[in-house]
Design a protein around this ligand. Structure first.
Ligand SMILES: NC(=O)c1ccc[n+]([C@@H]2O[C@H](COP(=O)([O-])OP(=O)(O)OC[C@H]3O[C@@H](n4cnc5c(N)ncnc54)[C@H](O)[C@@H]3O)[C@@H](O)[C@H]2O)c1
Length: 302
């Protein structure tokens, strides 16, 4: 059993707490926002409800998670700390600075950054050798994958330790050879999102059609056969022919008018009631449920 501290009890922090506690670990969660901390128990209960966990199973999981009012309370007795604060380099660096003042030099520090360079996140740390990128996927108590990566200064023993712990929890754990923004999953995901926006900008179709195509084709295929196995399956010669023909037409954009337009009009997506699609109040919860149920149905062995 390991005693974890989590800094940031938002979407990912509370979900990772549930995943760790389900695996038998104890977790103390600290958040700088008192309201977020106050709602922690309720959000954890809702996550466990979604896991369809009977009360007899949920009780011990809940009991293993505590809300810590201060960073000092959170670090008491911790074996490892994960930061899940917003995706801003300055915020993460400040948080790690405050954390390092309170924990021994040997305590592992995990960052749940999605796309920042681990090496940059670790700049300014007193002991950057203990910083490991441990990237969970949302919802963390459902999604099996965790991507693990070193920063330039990371001691590989900390990487191995993280991989062993996560694998021991039954996670599908992948280890990157080196630090790269976006790990593997987000690079693949956002290459696809970029091309989807490109199709909108070229007026090929509307946003709903893009989701229909994805959900009725690639979304189904890729949970069974990954793109590398599929490349071999259809033949590398055909794969190359397709790429040579198609690649010049694919987006290499670094600006995104299809997002700028709604954003400039105040349409941020679910949170504001509209974005690429319209979001009546009940839709957010419906999508969250559909997402979690769909992932559970599709869960595959690695
Ligand atoms: N949302 C996702 O799907 C997802 C998936 C994988 C990784 N991530 C990454 O996880 C991290 C957290 O994302 P999120 O979606 O949970 O964000 P979030 O906004 O839901 O949660 C962040 C929390 O950090 C708290 N916080 C901010 N500054 C703090 C500080 N100085 N000390 C303590 N708490 C502080 C906020 O109050 C908030 O509750 C980001 O790095 C993000 O890129 C997100």
């Amino acid at each position: 059993m390991t005693r974890f501290g989590i800094i940031g009890g938002g979407l990912m922090g509370h979900g990772i707490a549930v995943a760790l506690a389900q695996a038998g670990h104890h977790v103390a969660v600290f958040d700088a926002d008192p309201a977020t901390l106050a709602s922690l128990d309720e959000r954890i209960a809702r996550a466990l409800e979604r896991c369809a966990m009977p009360p007899a199973g949920a009780g011990p999981v809940t009991a293993r998670i505590t809300a810590a009012k201060t960073l000092s309370d959170m670090v008491v007795g911790v074996d490892a700390v994960l930061e899940a604060v917003p995706e801003r380099l300055d915020v993460k660096q400040q948080v790690l600075d405050a954390l390092e003042a309170k924990i021994p030099a040997v305590t592992p520090v995990w960052s749940n950054t999605s796309v920042l360079s681990l090496t940059e996140v670790g700049k300014g740390m007193r002991h950057p050798q203990r910083l490991v990128g441990v990237h969970w996927w949302n919802p963390p108590y459902v999604m099996p994958l965790v991507e693990v990566a070193p920063g330039a200064e990371t001691d590989r023993r900390f990487v191995q330790e993280a991989c062993d712990l996560l694998t021991g929890m039954g996670r599908t754990t992948v280890r990157l050879h080196r630090d790269v923004p976006g790990f593997i999953g987000n690079r693949l995901q956002f290459a696809l999102v970029r091309e989807a926006l490109h199709l909108l900008e070229q007026d090929v179709c509307d946003p709903v059609t893009i989701d229909t195509v994805m959900r009725a084709s690639l979304g189904l295929r890729w949970s069974s056969v990954g793109p590398m196995e599929n490349a071999d399956f259809i033949g590398l010669d055909l794969t190359r022919d397709i790429l040579v023909s198609l690649a010049p037409h694919l987006s290499a954009a670094v600006t995104f008018p299809a997002l700028d337009k709604p954003l400039d009009a105040g349409h941020r997506g679910r949170a504001s009631g509209s974005g690429l699609l319209t979001w009546p109040p009940e839709r957010g919860e419906e999508v969250a449920e559909r997402l979690e149920n769909g992932i559970r149905r599709n869960l595959v062995e690695p």
